[in-house]
Ligand binder design. Sequence first.
Ligand SMILES: [Zn+2]
Ligand SMILES: [Zn+2]
Length: 371
Amino acid sequence: MSAPVLVRQERQPAMPGAREVAPDVLRIQLPLDLPGLGHINCYVIPDRAGFALVDPGMPSTSSWRVLVRSLAEAGLPVRRCHTVLVTHSHPDHYGAAARLRQVSGAELVTHEHFKTYWDPHEEDDFVREVAVPGDYSAQMGAIENAMLRLTGRERHSPWDRPLPWGGPPPDNEWRERVRWRIVPLLRSRTWQPPRPSSRVRDGQVIRLADRDWQAVHTPGHTDDHLCLLDPTEGTFVSGDHLLPTITPHISGLTTQRHPLRDFFASLEKMFEFSEVRTVLPAHGLVFGDLIGRSKEIIEHHHERIATITNAALHAPGNELTVAEYSKVLFKPHSWGVMADSETFAHLEYLRQTGRAEARAVDGHLRYRILD
Ligand SMILES: [Zn+2]
Ligand SMILES: [Zn+2]
């Protein structure tokens, strides 16, 4: 008997049309062609004034056409969009936001921390507490360079500076591996970066579809990640914070100081929302058990930490490089900078909570797990 094949919902191609997935909430699936992702869910919330829309999809013409056509088929001409809400600063979510604003004059709502490569950054954004004895200043230089690159002082390519954990820029290997499709679109002359007109804080109330939605800040996947809760209907728009059959990427290449710690806190925050009956993720299908899924994802990251600890136990001096841990954590088809980046986030979490030490050897960080 062969083992059942787990179908990753997030990989499936976009389904056509608009369908109601929660009271007064329509879903339109827009095409995506990224590793592990075949579509993005755009949620449409109609009201008397027109409609609000969450995550308008990729900056590509093909995605835009599907969006406009699907809205029209649902009787919602694109010009009646009064609010665009973007859950977080990833291009598959904000890509069409500026275009939608141009066409409709809609407000653009994001979390107050929302930042893209095109926004100015403070010097403080780049300081990370990677305390490495010896090679400290060189290491900090590498981190700063990576951060500068990532956050857009030079916006052309985030991926061609040394990695903060050591090693050469991942540029070509990275692009080839992940078939990076977004960068050329963002470089096109017609594309505009998103400029929010309204930035909201955690707990702030947003009125959409004649009812109150609560902004829920959920840092982890990104620092500016925003979910939306409608406590009356028990509907929760989860963005990439909670996905049904994959876990969101937690990156070590970020300006967040504590990405994994923040993510754990944002998952635990879900335990308060027992009224939620319908979770609307940015990829994959609608699901119901907000708290159960949050617990599964917390458990998944604790399993990763246990795998790291176990790998260290069997290593000489109980220490390994980020790439070495990464090869234990991930299957060969996932090896590369994205896996290393997530591994780095886990190792930094262990170091920041006093369970690991790091030192630089020949330009590479080595993490030793403490008992
Ligand atoms: Zn994302
Ligand atoms: Zn996403």
